[in-house]
Design a protein around this ligand. Structure first.
Ligand code: APR
Length: 188
């Protein structure tokens, strides 16, 4: 039987935080922080559509949009990633309008969809923390806790990478992963 230490160790090896551009990640799937139309936008959504090429928009047009907290999948086209999972984060409206639950739901639905497709490695941006103005630290804790729970329940899932676009985001993720995922970096 595995001790809780071994479980934590496994968890820490399967969660990574990097600073960079999600469109460059060599993983099975990248997650897009989209809007309900799924027809592109600015921020990470714009970057993913530019890097994937026009075929991504063509496929997105067939999906009929996506509600906040839900997720849909397309191919990755010109991206290194084979798949793009599009999820729609909540717009921050002060915090008492179900924002936390909706954000949790984005991570959970994205990961469940990935699992169903046989995806084993995935990269997430900091959903809702840009244009949608969700407070970064609060969003980061939700992201990490939801991923932890999923990885504990899905032992064959290999890697979740949090891709941070700026220094603030990287520092925030690094601090929270160090606190919430014990034994990070220790190999024994
Ligand atoms: N790689 C990784 N992260 C990125 C990249 C990138 N290339 N570009 C931006 N980001 C980061 C931002 O710095 C932010 O931390 O992604 C995070 C999410 O920011 P947004 O892209 O603004 O997403 P969100 O806050 O969820 O707002 C969604 O923005 O453009 C639209 O169509 C999108 O309307 C939707 C809204």
């Amino acid at each position: 039987m595995k001790s809780s230490n071994q479980l934590n160790h496994n968890l820490s090896a399967r969660i990574d935080v990097i600073q960079g551009d999600i469109t460059q990640q060599q993983v099975d799937a990248i997650v897009n922080a989209a809007n309900e139309s799924l027809l592109g936008g600015g921020g990470v959504d714009g970057a993913i559509h530019r890097a994937a090429g026009k075929q991504l928009l063509e496929e997105c047009r067939t999906l009929g949009g996506c509600s906040s907290g839900e997720a849909k999948i397309t191919k990755g086209y010109k991206l290194p990633a084979k798949w793009v999972i599009h999820t729609v984060g909540p717009i921050w409206r002060g915090g008492n309008n179900g924002e936390d639950d909706l954000l949790r739901s984005c991570y959970r639905h994205s990961l469940n969809l990935a699992e169903k497709k046989g995806i084993r490695t995935i990269a997430f941006p900091a959903i809702s923390t840009g244009v949608y103005r969700f407070p970064l630290d609060r969003a980061t804790k939700i992201a990490i806790n939801e991923v932890k729970q999923f990885l504990r329940e899905n032992l064959s899932f290999e890697q979740v990478i949090f891709v941070c676009f700026g220094d603030d985001s990287y520092r925030c993720y690094f601090k929270n992963v160090s606190e919430l995922v014990p034994l990070r970096g220790i190999k024994n």
